[in-house]
Design a protein around this ligand. Structure first.
Ligand SMILES: [Zn+2]
Length: 84
């Protein structure tokens, strides 16, 4: 079974549809049992939807987006460590 850190690392591929087959099925199984990762994926989906809907002038730079995503990922991994 995938671990929470796998969900964080590959959340973008999951949401974009790049992830297929057994890996995607494993993702779904993990999400079925882990409310923390369901919340993470929901937040990631919301973040992506909001960033896409913003006009280009209001959108954050790629570096700003990467910094925010890194903070979210680090927070999720930290919470994952607390549950191991
Ligand atoms: Zn999880």
């Amino acid at each position: 079974m995938l671990r929470c850190r796998d969900i964080v690392r590959h959340g973008d591929a999951f949401l974009s549809g790049e992830m297929r087959g057994w890996k995607r099925a494993g993702f779904w199984v993990h999400l079925l049992f882990c409310r923390y990762c369901r919340r993470y994926i929901r937040q990631l989906r919301t973040t992506q939807a909001v960033s896409i809907s913003l006009p280009p002038s209001a959108a954050a730079s790629d570096a700003e987006v990467d910094a925010v995503l890194a903070c979210i990922a680090a927070d999720a991994v930290e919470k994952d460590r607390g549950r191991d």
